[in-house]
Design a protein around this ligand. Sequence first.
Ligand code: 5GP
Ligand code: MG
Length: 192
Amino acid sequence: MEGADEPVPGPWKDEVDRILIPASRIARRVRVLARRIAEDYRGQKPVLVALLNGTVVFLADLMRGLDMPLEVDFLRVSSYGDGMVSGELVASGNLKVNIRGRHVILVDDILDTGRTMNHVIALLEAEGPKSIRICALLDKRSRRVVPVEADYVGFEVPDCFVVGYGLDFAERYRNLPFVGVLRDRVFKKRGG
Ligand code: 5GP
Ligand code: MG
């Protein structure tokens, strides 16, 4: 992938093995997605529903690229299990915005097996929105178990565990400005 040989910045060298997507490339791509969404929803006032916590960085950049009226709301979905194997999904908290009759754009950090999105779409559909589209920063297509397609995708990524730009490992690394892959020993040590 382009930028893969960009060196890992000093403070992260010990823990991060390599950069998969550099910050500059993410910034360019997020601007493209925002332009596309703004064109598609011209004259409308969509509701962005973002899944916490992984979307915070992506959402902050994406929404500032959308020069149009919109509303933002959040859902938290957790899975029972160790956080990497998808267990039973539970949504906590309710939307504050009433999405009945509204155009909803569901924002997530990464589409993996598709179980999370599938679950959330069913929850949202029960509230009667006019439409639902999915915007995911990253897409691990090869891992899909449930047939879910994102309408807006930042980058397709290979089947490896990625962190940064909002994505965590055991709640760390969300603040990396790039998307990267951890060193094996970090990943294994903290993964138990
Ligand atoms: P799915 O339900 O599609 O299998 O899983 C989606 C969720 O799993 C994402 O929202 C994210 O929280 C987590 N996830 C899946 N793959 C990765 C990954 O490579 N890195 C990180 N940090 N989280 C991931
Ligand atoms: Mg997530």
